[in-house]
Design a protein around this ligand. Structure first.
Ligand code: GLN
Length: 529
């Protein structure tokens, strides 16, 4: 299959500038012209995938349909373009070397000295270039910051692709920081000059420079960057901070990013219709509802990226705005923190830190009839809380935390002792019980959702749970895993073993989040605009 053109996005000066959002916005804009696009991510770190990394350091682990544990930027790609990513869309240095060393042991390089150039770079190139479909554009984001040692083989691979295919098929976009110095009351272009020089050392000359800054960049500063970084003035484009990420496609269109990209490739097309994006931004108005999220890493909101986005999507379709009340479950549980919550959410997580706070929160939501959504660990803890407090089972818990008399949450079968890539991962079908609340929410009885867990509800307790009033309303197609629970005597209390947040998109909010936000509005009598 053929990829017609390549767009590489690199980042300079500092990390976290939002390269993922740039790549996603470019993708959305090119789609608006009717082009077929795809986005991939190159991550220079040495882990094989993001699955074993601490979310406090690296943010959320995004799970694809085919069960890859990837970088959170793939979540943006999906949300902005609607295109599903796969395990072929994210590589790391670790994955490249894993492949390389397996090939070496098989004898694929027999007789040769295996080297970074050409063997590592060839593997990176084949990852970038291979496609299962014909594409007008492949957008490829390079993680990390230009100048990092780990980035070098990736930049070299890009240089080679660019050299072989030529400017008519490749464009290089560099996102950089233009910091504002309060003392000097001035924006500084020097870090940008240095980071472009770093790229030049790698044999790469950017075609477009996107300048991230907190202040408006003047014409003079743009001219300086253009002149000293060797790019046309029209290709020095601001990348300002925005309140709302979905403003970006329209904003970049206004700044001419799409026009400059198309011009580079000799494409002259009429401006695209971006009404859907404009409407989306305009629809983020209305009464504010407060949803409390009780988690272990609440001081690092990147950990819950897809979740927060999914709540916003649910809010947009209900014409309200969501304010998140972050509650750190590792701190002493205090009921006062939950007061004023229109709904409560306990997300996924691993390990026993903070589980008591989460269980107390679930108890509060259940007793006070507050809409509650438990995701993965959040669902497992809801089952434990119910078994303990309503069914009055003694010594009941999850095998993940304690050896106990009633392990109502147990290790799923076939779990390995290795921790990387061994969970129940990716999409699995699930049957919903006709007449249940969850079936009503989805308006269907067979669903496909993404998973990332090792533990499951112990089916030996299903009858006791159901007799007590907790309906097990979703069961995996193979019958091994209880996927959804709900309470019969509660206005909206649902737990899901899967992660619905990974499938929610701004234009097609996930039904669970749409219904959850609706319940929060209805039960709290909030007036919608
Ligand atoms: N730690 C739990 C498990 O492995 C829950 C995982 C999660 O919340 N993603 O099953």
């Amino acid at each position: 299959m053929k990829i017609n053109r390549f767009i590489f996005v690199t980042g300079g000066v500092v990390s976290s500038l939002g390269k993922g959002l740039v790549a996603s916005s470019i993708g959305a804009l090119l789609q608006a012209y009717g082009f077929k696009i795809h986005i991939r991510k190159l991550d220079p770190y040495l882990n094989i995938d993001a699955g074993t990394m601490n979310p406090a350091q690296h943010g959320e682990v995004f799970v694809t349909n085919d069960g890859a544990e990837t970088d959170l930027d793939l979540g943006y790609y999906e949300r902005f373009t609607g295109i599903q990513t796969t395990k072929h869309d994210n590589i790391t240095t670790g994955k490249v070397y894993d492949q390389l060393l397996k090939k070496e042991r098989r004898g694929d390089y027999l007789g040769k000295t295996v080297q970074v150039i050409p063997h590592v770079t060839d593997l990176i190139k084949s990852f970038i270039i291979n496609s299962r479909e014909n594409l007008d554009f492949l957008i490829c984001e390079v993680g990390g910051t230009v100048g990092d040692i780990e980035s070098q083989p990736f930049l070299e691979a890009i240089r080679q692709i660019s050299y072989h295919l030529g400017k008519q098929r490749v464009i290089l976009i560099h996102l950089t920081l233009v910091p504002y110095l309060t003392a000097a009351q001035d924006l500084k272009t020097k870090p940008t000059q240095h980071s472009v020089r770093e790229l030049n050392f790698a044999g790469i000359q950017p075609d477009i420079i996107l300048c991230r800054s907190e202040q408006k960049i003047s014409q003079h500063q743009k001219e300086k960057i253009a002149n000293l970084c060797n790019v046309p003035l029209s290709n020095v484009i601001p990348a300002p901070d925005v309140n709302y990420i979905y403003e970006l496609p329209v904003l970049y269109n206004q700044y001419g990013l799409d026009t400059q990209i198309l011009e580079h490739f000799g494409l002259n097309l009429p401006k695209p219709y971006l009404t859907a994006w404009t409407d989306l931004v305009q629809n983020t108005i209305g009464e504010e509802i407060t949803i409390s999220i009780v988690g272990k890493y609440t001081e690092f909101p990147d950990t819950y990226k897809s979740l927060v986005e999914a709540l916003h999507h649910g809010a947009i379709c209900n014409n309200v705005m969501v304010k998140i009340n972050w509650i750190n479950s590792r701190e002493q549980f205090a009921e006062a923190q939950l007061q004023g919550s229109n709904a409560i959410l306990v997300p996924g997580g691993f390990g026993d830190h903070g589980i008591e706070g989460k269980i107390s929160t679930i108890n509060y939501a259940r007793i006070n009839n507050i809409p509650f959504l438990g995701i993965c660990l959040g669902m497992q803890l809801a089952v434990i809380e119910f078994a303990h407090d309503v069914i009055k089972l003694d010594d009941v818990h999850s095998e993940e935390f304690y050896i106990c008399q009633n392990p109502i949450i147990k290790l799923a079968d076939n779990q390995s002792v290795d921790l990387g890539g061994t969970m129940r991962l990716g999409e699995y079908p699930c049957n919903l019980k006709a007449g249940s609340k969850i079936a009503e929410i989805y308006n269907m009885t067979t669903i496909l959702e993404r998973h990332r867990h090792r533990y499951i509800i112990n089916k030996n307790y299903q009858d006791i749970l159901e007799q007590g009033g907790m309906l097990c309303s979703g069961i995996s197609e193979d019958g091994t895993c209880i996927e959804v629970i709900e309470l019969k005597d509660h206005p909206w209390f649902i737990g899901v073993q899967f992660h619905p947040e990974f499938k929610s998109r701004p234009f097609t909010p996930h039904p669970i989040f749409a219904s959850f936000v609706k319940a929060a509005i209805q039960l709290n009598n909030i007036i919608r605009v």
